[in-house]
Design a protein around this ligand. Sequence first.
Ligand SMILES: Nc1ncnc2c1ncn2[C@@H]1O[C@H](COP(=O)(O)OP(=O)(O)OP(=O)(O)O)[C@@H](O)[C@H]1O
Ligand SMILES: [Mg+2]
Length: 154
Amino acid sequence: MEISFLTNKEEETIKLGKKLGKLLNPGDLVLLKGELGSGKTTFVKGIAEGLEVTPEVYITSPTFSLINIYEGKHTLYHVDLYRLELEDIEELGIWEYLGNGIVVIEWAEKLIQIPKKDFIEIIFEFIDYNRRKIILNGYGEWKELLKVLERDVV
Ligand SMILES: Nc1ncnc2c1ncn2[C@@H]1O[C@H](COP(=O)(O)OP(=O)(O)OP(=O)(O)O)[C@@H](O)[C@H]1O
Ligand SMILES: [Mg+2]
């Protein structure tokens, strides 16, 4: 199951993230892939909106903090693997967070194993300054669940 969207500005990427955010529940895993500045963190802002994280909370890339935790309807664990080495990634203990919240991972290309069969993979492609192609792939139960998003086009 693969669906793709073209967003023409930042706000449209946020809107798409928000739609996904509304569908997420604790235990859900979202892997974000794509080059620097392709819109991963922007999309996470939308996920946070969809999870009703207080709008005043500014969503930033956890590049330095490694994991940002946001409280909304459910707890959102926002991870960025960009600066990490393989052994650091293992030490992070990311998968334990799935026990009580939603885990969203930027630079998921760096993962060598995924401990779940149900997850969403999202690939961000830079088209031009304001346009991005966003491809969503659903695995396991998400094959069907993602269809809700497809019907509800940006
Ligand atoms: N259609 C669009 N969707 C998302 N972001 C856009 C779009 N058009 C322009 N932008 C701009 O592109 C930038 C995307 O940055 P963002 O931090 O979301 O990327 P990123 O993929 O998280 O990068 P990094 O790998 O450095 O963490 C922002 O400055 C945003 O304003
Ligand atoms: Mg980022």
